[in-house]
Design a protein around this ligand. Sequence first.
Ligand SMILES: Cc1cc2nc3c(=O)[nH]c(=O)nc-3n(C[C@H](O)[C@H](O)[C@H](O)COP(=O)(O)O)c2cc1C
Length: 192
Amino acid sequence: MVTPRILAFAGSTRRDSFNRKIVRIAVAGARAAGAEVTELDLAELKLPLFDEDLEKSEGLPAAGLKLKQMMRAHQGLLIASPEYNSSVTAVLKNTIDWASRPEPGEPPLSCFTGKVAALMSASPGALGGLRGLVHLRAILGNIQVLVLPDQVAVPKAHEALNEDGSLKDAKQQAAIAGLGEKLAKMVQKLMA
Ligand SMILES: Cc1cc2nc3c(=O)[nH]c(=O)nc-3n(C[C@H](O)[C@H](O)[C@H](O)COP(=O)(O)O)c2cc1C
């Protein structure tokens, strides 16, 4: 059986990001289902703000090339992101925008075409970042990513997590771990 490879990241660079914590729950679920998961920290990647003039004069920055290599090496994406002003965060959109830029001779959207994604969000607010997921789903769908219908939003995130990073609500914990598992199984099926 082929091992599914999944890239996991949060759409927040905040040190104590709730979304980084919940994506780790999904990572554990995906690993338990047999996937090989790489965790990417966008704070460490330090992508510059996308600028077409910069791209034209200097090409893809080293961080952009690294991101694209990582994306090409994985078939699945586990993304947890907060919403900022009811939509995707700038850091997440910036990451998607850089990854969408072809290197010379590369077909368009090669980092996204055929990928499968599972989405989740967390926020201290009552909606848990759900509105941002609507936009994220649309963006990814438009760039050829198959987004799993299941998603989880964790409201009141500041009260929802234990010190060890697990969720207090066992159902929520299982739902997020289950997202990772579903993604691993879906990628495996598509690779079979
Ligand atoms: C610029 C900005 C806009 C925000 N807009 C929203 C929002 O629309 N909805 C929401 O639930 N939370 C919003 N928040 C609060 C974030 O959900 C909160 O900071 C959350 O902890 C960020 O996720 P993280 O913990 O993964 O960094 C906003 C925060 C910032 C900084």
